[in-house]
Design a protein. Structure first.
Length: 417
């Protein structure tokens, strides 16, 4: 891996600068060109000869619309390049396949997206890749597990769904000590609020399906890096596995990027205000958001997050002795129950039976992911409207107020999608 840049000179920027850049990404520079990036819906491209070196030859390998999205993602993060995929998990899979072999070790945060845990445990471990899970909010714990066999340190910060933060600089130093790659899942914040590469990470990985696209219309994923050799290996895996994003979904994602800075800034401010309104409500054991006093990692949040913003996800934990979680979820009217995050609509997810159902129960409990934990992805509605919906549903769910004290896990069922 190339020498990491752990300084801050390339890290600071403003939401206004990000929005100005987002509006210009993918736009034409000459006369009589389409204002909106075209969808090139073609599987193949003609060539002048067998050795003409054309940029695009077959859409499983590259496509003009997909390349436009990759350029936009790289420029938004100040990176050398990006590789776009059909989904976020496809991006993670390709990145890990590019980095690890049988006998290698992956040190992974214990509170990450459930599909990441499933990929490591059910797909890579049978192929001989050891996966060890760690409290990634503890730099010493990460450093203690990094050994000479470690090839990847994989963290998600803020963690999904507990919102614990990882000190990216410290993790980069631990990974660099043995020549391992630090990969940061930056889906929750995007490069508008956090730039892992500027903090020393080797690659950022995204489910662009979430905040980047923002309208629940196009699945996608991306690997962003300034390591050209790593990017080339990832492209090779994508070519060999056929996991490239479709032109239509790339085009939809490009349209989402144009408003990404405005959306995520507004949603983050609403989330912070909502978290403050929810604190102390009867039936809630705790409310978690980095903007809250008592979060415990306020200093790190201010150092790593840009523009005084801390993301649009609020995590709440219901008191299971006082509330029925099923009744709470069923009583919501404005917020939609869905296995998703980052949309313009406010969404509520029950991780234990939805996104993290495939995570072993012991690992869920160790990460603080109880059956009462609920993840709220704040949309573009008003703070008061979201708070009113959650407060009313909470009142309905309270035992004696319409709810019944029952276990929600068997009823909701499902798996990490």
């Amino acid at each position: 891996m190339p020498e990491r840049n752990l300084g801050m000179e390339r890290y600071a920027h403003s939401i206004e600068q990000a929005q100005t850049l987002a509006c210009a990404l993918g736009q034409p520079v000459g006369a009589a060109e389409a204002l909106v990036t075209p969808i090139v819906q073609s599987t193949t491209f003609t060539r002048s000869g067998t050795h003409d070196g054309a940029e695009h030859q077959y859409s499983r390998v590259s496509n003009p619309t997909v390349s436009a999205l990759e350029s936009a993602l790289a420029r938004l993060e100040g990176a050398a390049g990006a590789v776009a995929f059909a989904t976020g998990l496809a991006a993670e899979t390709a990145l890990l396949l590019a980095l690890v072999r049988a006998g290698d070790r992956v040190v992974c945060g214990r509170s990450v997206y459930g599909g990441t845990t499933r990929l490591l445990r059910e797909i890579l471990e049978p192929l001989g890749v050891e996966a060890v899970f760690v409290d990634a909010s503890n730099p010493e714990a990460i450093d203690a597990l990094v050994d000479e066999r470690t090839r990847v340190v994989f963290v998600e910060t803020p963690a999904n769904p507990t919102l614990e933060l990882t000190d990216v600089r410290a993790a980069a130093l631990s990974a660099g000590r043995v020549g391992a790659a630090l990969v940061v899942d930056n889906t929750f914040l995007t490069s508008v609020i956090q730039r892992p590469l500027g903090l020393g990470a080797d690659a950022s990985v995204y489910s662009t399906t979430k905040f980047i696209e923002g309208h629940s219309a196009a699945p996608g994923g991306a690997v962003v890096s300034s390591d050209e050799a790593l990017l080339e290996r990832v492209r090779r895996v994508r070519k060999s596995t056929g996991a490239i994003q479709t032109p239509l979904h790339a085009w939809l994602t490009l349209q989402g990027i144009k408003t990404l800075p405005l959306r995520i800034a507004r949603q983050s401010r609403t989330a912070a205000a909502l978290a403050r309104e929810l604190v102390g409500l009867p039936g809630l054991k705790r409310v978690v958001h980095p903007a809250l006093e008592g979060f415990g990692q306020e200093r790190l949040a201010c150092e790593q997050h840009l523009g005084g913003l801390h993301g649009a996800v609020v995590t709440i934990e219901l008191d299971e002795e006082a509330c029925d979680v099923r009744a709470f979820l069923g009583a919501l009217r404005l917020c939609r129950l869905a296995e998703h995050v980052g949309s313009v609509e406010s969404l509520v997810t029950h991780p234990a039976t939805m996104t993290h159902a495939d995570v072993p129960a012991g690992q869920r409990r160790a990460a603080g992911l109880s059956d009462g934990l609920v993840r709220v992805s704040v949309g573009l509605e008003s703070t008061s409207a979201i708070a009113e919906d959650l407060t009313r549903a909470l009142a309905v769910s309270r035992v004696g107020g319409g709810g019944r004290r029952t276990s929600c896990a068997p009823a909701l069922g499902g798996g990490a999608v």
